[in-house]
Design a protein around this ligand. Structure first.
Ligand SMILES: [Mg+2]
Length: 231
C-alpha cells in the first residue's frame, strides 16, 4: 500500500483567519488606548470592519493619530496571535499524524505565518521541515515548486491537499494528480468560496468538517480504520 501524505493550507483551513484578525485588532486597540489615552478602540475597529470600512485609515482619521496605515499594518502582521486549534481539528490532526506524514503549504509572509504555526502549536503534528511558506520559498501559492517539494521528498506516495480557496488552492495539485479536498465555508471565512470556476480549479472532494478526512470515500479504506482512534 502506498504511503499517504496530507498537506494542508493554513488560513481558513486549520483555523479561522477571522480569529487572527480579532487577535490583531485586540492588540492594536490595547496599544492605541494606552499610548493615546483613548478607550473603546476595539469596538470602534470591529464596527468599522463590519461596515467594510478601511479600518486603519478610519481609526487614524477619526482619532487624529500620529500614525500611518503602514504602522498599523505592520502591527497587524507582526503581532504574535492569540489563536488556537478547535478540538475537532486537533483530534483529526492527531489521528492522521499517527498514521501519515502531514505537511503545510501556505501563502503569505514568513513571520506572520510562522507566528500562527507557533501559536497553534502545529509543530505537534507538522514538522518544521514540511512547512512551506511561499515567501520563504520564493514562490507563489500556485507554484508547482511548493507541491513538487513533497513529491520529491516522499517518493511513491499518494498526496492530498486540503484547502479552502478555489482561486488558488487546487489548480496546481490537480494538475499534479493530487487528491484535492475543499473544506467548505461555515460562514466564518474571510474569503468567500465561489464554485463557478473552470473545472481545473475545482477540488475533487468537498467536506463540511476536517473530521470527514477520517472517512474519505473510496480508495482510503485504511483511513476508516483510524477513525476508531478518534471517536
Ligand atoms: Mg486558506
Amino acid at each position: 500500500m502506498k504511503n499517504k501524505i496530507f498537506v494542508f493550507d493554513l488560513d481558513d483551513t486549520l483555523y479561522k483567519e477571522i480569529d487572527f484578525l480579532y487577535s490583531a485588532y485586540r492588540e492594536i486597540a490595547r496599544w492605541v488606548e494606552l499610548k493615546f489615552s483613548l478607550k473603546d478602540i476595539y469596538s470602534f475597529m470591529l464596527r468599522a470592519y463590519e461596515n467594510k470600512s478601511d479600518v486603519f485609515s478610519l481609526l487614524i482619521r477619526t482619532y487624529d493619530l500620529p500614525l500611518t496605515k503602514d504602522d498599523l499594518l505592520d502591527m497587524y502582521r507582526l503581532h504574535f496571535p492569540v489563536i488556537c486549534l478547535d478540538g475537532d481539528t486537533e483530534g483529526v490532526l492527531n489521528v492522521l499524524s499517527l498514521n501519515y506524514r502531514l505537511g503545510m503549504i501556505t501563502d503569505g509572509r514568513s513571520i506572520t505565518q510562522r507566528n500562527k504555526y507557533r501559536a497553534l502549536e502545529l509543530d505537534r503534528f507538522i514538522d518544521d521541515n514540511d512547512l512551506i511558506i511561499s515567501e520563504e520559498f520564493g514562490s507563489e501559492k500556485l507554484s508547482e515548486k511548493n507541491f513538487l517539494f513533497f513529491q520529491d521528498k516522499y517518493i511513491n506516495a499518494d498526496f492530498f491537499y486540503i484547502g479552502d480557496n478555489l482561486r488558488k488552492d487546487f489548480i496546481t495539485p490537480n494538475r499534479l494528480g493530487w487528491t484535492t479536498i475543499c473544506l467548505l465555508d461555515d460562514g466564518r471565512n474571510i474569503h468567500s468560496q465561489d464554485f463557478s470556476c473552470p473545472e481545473i480549479y475545482l477540488p475533487q472532494l468537498a467536506i463540511n468538517t476536517l473530521k470527514d478526512l477520517l472517512s474519505l470515500p473510496g480508495k482510503n479504506e485504511d483511513i476508516l480504520i483510524t477513525k476508531n482512534n478518534y471517536e
